[in-house]
Every structure is written in C-alpha cells, then in structure tokens.
Write a protein that binds this ligand. Structure first.
Ligand SMILES: Cc1cc2nc3c(=O)[nH]c(=O)nc-3n(C[C@H](O)[C@H](O)[C@H](O)COP(=O)(O)OP(=O)(O)OC[C@H]3O[C@@H](n4cnc5c(N)ncnc54)[C@H](O)[C@@H]3O)c2cc1C
Length: 550
C-alpha cells in the first residue's frame, strides 16, 4: 500500500526546500512528501495522483504565489481531494486576508512564516490534522475498477471476463453513483464511451476487446512456442483434464480458451455430484484448481478463441481470432456447448440488458432485492435458482412441462422446495420480452392465458448447442453440430470417404486423424463434469498412440 502523501507548494525554492525537509524529518516514515512550485503544478500533480488512486493527506501551500494564490489552489484542490487537510502558509502581513479566506476556501488551518522551531509551531498543528485525516481515511481499493452501465451487454462481458479469470475489480455503475462520472471527467474520459477499465497505475482501456483486456491483466495471448505436441481447444473440464494428463506425461501442451478455465462448470454456483467433493465445489474453484494443476505440469494457456483448423499433411494448425495460428501433431476439440438462444421477439436486442444465457453469476449481486426469472427445468436452472435466491427477493422458475421431476435431480428439487423465495411456474413459456433500453417485462403464456409481468432479469437455461461452425467440413458432425468420433463415424457400416488410414479411428478420434473430440461437444456425450473429465483424460491415451505412429 502506497504511503499517503503530504504536498508542499511554494514558488520560493529555498522556502519550499525548508518545508519539505521539516516534513520529511517528522513524517517521512509514514508519509511521502512531495513538492510543487506553483498552484497549477500542484493541481496537475494532484490530478495524476488521483488517477493512480494515491491517497493525499495534507496540502501545505504558501499564499503569495504568481498565477494562483494559495487560497485559490487549496479551494480548487477540494474537487480532487476533498478530504485532504488544507493548510495555508502566510506572511504576517497576509494573516487577515487568510483568515477571511478560511471560510470561503474551507482551509483547515493557517500558519505564519517562519515556523521555527517546527517542534512548537508546525508539528503540533500538522500532527493533529493528520490524526483527524487518518480517522476518516479508508485505504483505497487497489485493484481494477470497471465503470459501466448495468444494462449494457459490453459491461456485462467485461465484468464476466474479469470475474471468471479471478481478476479482482470494483464495479462502478455510472447510473448509480456520481463519483463514477466525475472520475471519468477527471481523467478526461468520455462518460458516454463505456465500459472503461481503470488500472491502478492510472491507465485505462475504453470498451476493450477481450484479447486487449487479457493481455493487460497478464493473461497470455501469444503462444510461447511455434509447435506443440497437442493443442487443446477449450478449457472446460474435458480440456483441463486433457491438459493435466498430457502435460504430466510429457506432451508439449497448449490450451486455447477465450474465457476463463472452467468452461460451463465455471458458471456453476455449486457442483454437488462430482466425485471427491462431498460438500460440493463451485465450478470456478474446480476450474481454478485444474488450471493451476495443468500449468504446474507445464501446460501453456492462451487467452484466445480458435477460429479455424487447417490440416497440412501430418501438421494441424489451429487458427486464432487475432489472425495467428499454432501448429501441432494432435488437436483435441473440447469446446463444449452453449445455451440456445430464445427465439422470441425482442430477445436478441435485450441480451446482456437483462436477458442472460447461463448462470451469469456476476449479475447476482446486482439483482439484490429484485425479482428474478429463470427459464429452464434442468439441473443448471435449479442451481442458478438456488444461487439467485440468496440475493433476489423472489426467484420464479418458468418451465414448459408439468414440473421438475423429469428434468432435474431430486436433491435440487428438494432444496428448491425448502427455499421460501423460489416459486415454480409450470406449463409456462416466455413468448415475448419488452423494454426500450433494458428488460422491462415478460409476456408469459400459461394455463391462465397470456399476460405481461414486470421483470428486470431473465436467465435462460434452455437447450445446448455446440459452437462448431468454425471447423472445416472435413470434421464430421451430426445434424445439430455435435462432433462425430470413433465408432460414430461409421455410417451404414462404412467409414467416411475421406478416411485414408489403414486402421479404425481411435475411440475419441474425429473424421480427421490426429484430431480428437472430448466432452459435451461430442455427439452422444453424457453432459456431466465427470464424463467430460473422463473423456479428456482418455483422449490423451489415444493421442499417445497416434503420436507413436510417427
Ligand atoms: C449452470 C450449469 C450447472 C451444471 N451443473 C452440473 C453439475 O452439478 N454436475 C455435473 O456433472 N455437470 C453439471 N453441468 C454440466 C457440466 O458443466 C458440463 O457437462 C461440462 O462442463 C462439460 O465440459 P466440457 O469441457 O465438455 O465443455 P464446457 O464446460 O462447455 O467447456 C468448453 C470450453 O470451450 C471453450 N470454447 C468454446 N469454443 C471455443 C473456441 N472456438 N476456441 C477456444 N475455446 C472455446 C468455452 O469457452 C468453454 O470454456 C452444469 C452445467 C451448467 C451450465
């Protein structure tokens, strides 16, 4: 934590030097003593300190200075550091003017020059003022700050990215606090261009792309090597398991993941059925632990999105969103699934403005004391309902069917029944959403007919679609886009036409040799953390067998 600052201001260099020396002698251990030769220079210095969130405890200014008087400076300093103690140094002749200015400029004290001996004439006053200041001082938050708008999809994306990557930040809602707007204006940033990410060194990123933000918070966006034994696409449970086994068994392993390690599980408030965690584990925690474990064995992680796959002889090239590509012998596709979109009027426009896909845990605190709607009857919806119930006044689960018993695990249904602020609304569908700049109402169709209810947050957990459109046609998939692997590649008993190998495809191998598939993205997979982990681990064994043929 930076030491708080005492700023001395005087245009007379010898007087300034004397003040600084006296301040350093008494307060140097606990405070940093800075100097400025004019009021304007002092204001500029304060603006910079403010940008870096450095605490300023005391301003000690001479009155008679060219350009800006001490009183003017101290008055203007209040815009930047209203809590700093303000002390004016005056010559005897200026005393009356200084006293008159005290009320107007809210100066805390004035001192006459010379102040010798400081033990009698300077330190008692300043120590008293500093004690006062210390009593009301709250050390500033030293991490990132995100200034944005609650109902903005871009803001939601930035906050999700930071929290899923375990980067601590403080969020300032531009609509909720004047301080946020003022801070932006102080930094000469346009409050209409949001979100803004402010770093502790005073720099900022306006509406950053994920890769720019990733690079700035220390996540790697460039591969360290030109060639890897295995490139894993996706760091969900399947990809992370493959990274742990691959790297621990000596494969040079690169994992490509645009979000944070953890995959869908990362958005889960609590996984209760994963082996070895009897009291459950949060998805974020599981992802973080697996990430550390894989990295410890030497797996490299890249915060990037895979956008293409190129096959050239025995080499496989995974193309990246920034235009680069990485080469390997083996690729493991573990890109999971994402929730299907609500195909109803207004849903696209309001996504990220009150409509969210998946648990969007980052929004939970913002829903405090509000009513939250959840669409879906599977375990993921149940977990989310229980999580939001801790913050929201009421959580309503909307399901198409008669109830939850067919789609949700019993332990979750029991817990939901025990939670008084969760309500189940069966046989009900959202048929439209309304709102100008943010979600304001849902049009529901149910046993009682069709009608509108006011709503500000809707979390959608329906269907799951694989995002495999970026892969070349040579990687075969089913009609929904799930990837075919191993025995599933045989159609009417025959292997695909493009299969040139003199062997059967390995169990998790796709229609392109050396390209493997694991987890939810695979056709016919069991959509569970343990299954994904199992497949990711097994895929590594087949990768070894494939590599042994070189
Ligand atoms: C809210 C919720 C609760 C759940 N609760 C449970 C539970 O309690 N128990 C249980 O067993 N299962 C649960 N599941 C299911 C479980 O999380 C999944 O089955 C599991 O995460 C699948 O792992 P995966 O690695 O195959 O895919 P995912 O977890 O989907 O991970 C895939 C990763 O690939 C990344 N990716 C996608 N496209 C690209 C690309 N082009 N380039 C690079 N990376 C890409 C994604 O960002 C993602 O991180 C839950 C799921 C959800 C959503």
């Amino acid at each position: 934590m930076a030491r708080p600052i005492l700023l001395a201001v005087d245009d007379d260099a010898s007087v300034l030097e004397a003040v600084v020396q006296d301040l350093r002698r008494e307060y140097g251990a606990a405070y940093r003593v800075l100097r400025a030769a004019s009021g304007q220079a002092a204001l500029d210095a304060l603006a910079q300190l403010k940008t870096r969130q450095e605490p300023v405890a005391l301003l000690l200014s001479d009155q008679r200075m060219p350009g800006m008087s001490g009183v003017d400076f101290l008055e203007r300093s209040r815009d930047l550091y209203p809590e700093a103690r303000r002390v004016l140094l005056t010559a005897y002749a200026d005393t009356e003017a200084a006293i008159r200015a005290i009320n107007a400029a809210r100066i805390h004290y004035y001192l006459n020059k010379p102040w010798d001996p400081p033990e009698e004439k300077l330190y008692p006053v300043l120590s008293d003022l500093l004690e006062d200041w210390q009593a009301g001082y709250q050390p500033p938050f030293e991490g990132l700050r995100v200034i944005g708008h609650r109902w903005s999809p871009k803001d939601h994306k930035v906050r999700s990215f930071l929290s899923r990557n375990h980067v601590p930040y403080r969020w300032l809602d531009i609509a909720g606090t004047e301080d946020a707007r003022k801070l932006l204006l102080d930094l000469q940033l346009d409050p209409d261009l949001l979100p803004v990410v402010l770093f502790s060194d005073g720099s900022s990123l306006v509406d950053p792309e994920p890769d720019a933000l990733a690079a700035r918070v220390g996540l790697s966006t460039q591969a360290a090597q030109e060639f890897y034994d295995m490139v894993v696409v996706g760091a969900g449970p399947a990809g992370l398991a493959a990274a742990v086994y691959g790297a621990s068994e000596g494969l040079r392993t690169l994992v490509i993941e645009p979000e944070a390690p953890g995959g869908q599980a990362g958005s889960t408030s609590r996984i209760e059925n994963y082996l070895g965690f009897p009291s459950g584990i949060t998805g974020a925690d599981l992802g973080r632990r697996a990430h550390i474990q894989a990295a410890r064995f030497g797996a490299e992680f890249l915060t990037q999105r895979a956008t293409g796959l190129r096959i050239d002889g025995q080499y496989r090239f995974v193309q990246l969103a920034d235009g680069g590509e990485v080469a390997s012998h083996v690729v493991l596709l573990a890109a999971g699934v994402h929730y299907s979109k609500l195909e109803i009027p207004g849903a696209d426009r309001l996504t990220g403005r009150g409509i969210y896909y998946g648990a969007a845990l980052v929004e939970a605190a913002a829903c405090k004391d509000e009513e939250v709607y959840i669409v879906g009857g599977a375990n993921s919806a149940g977990q989310a309902a229980l999580h939001f119930a801790k913050f929201a006044r009421k959580v309503t689960i909307l399901v198409r069917g008669h109830g939850l018993s067919v789609t949700m695990s019993k332990y979750l249904i029991d817990e939901i029944e025990r939670t008084s602020n969760i309500v189940l609304q069966p046989e009900t569908q959202v048929v439209a959403v309304e709102g100008e700049h943010r979600l304001e109402a849902l049009k529901l169709s149910g046993p009682q007919g069709t009608g509108c209810v006011p709503a500000s947050s809707l979390f959608v957990f329906i269907g799951a679609a694989p995002g495999t459109g970026w892969l070349p046609p040579s990687i075969l998939r089913d009609e929904k886009g799930f990837l075919l692997a191993g025995p599933d590649l045989r159609f009417e008993g025959k292997l695909p036409e493009g299969w040139r190998e003199q062997r059967e495809p390995f169990l998790l191998e796709s229609s392109v040799p050396g390209v493997f598939v694991a987890g939810d993205v695979r056709h016919g997979s069991v959509k569970r953390v343990a299954s994904a982990v199992g497949e990711g681990s097994i895929a590594v064994q087949f990768a070894h067998q494939y590599l042994a043929g070189f």
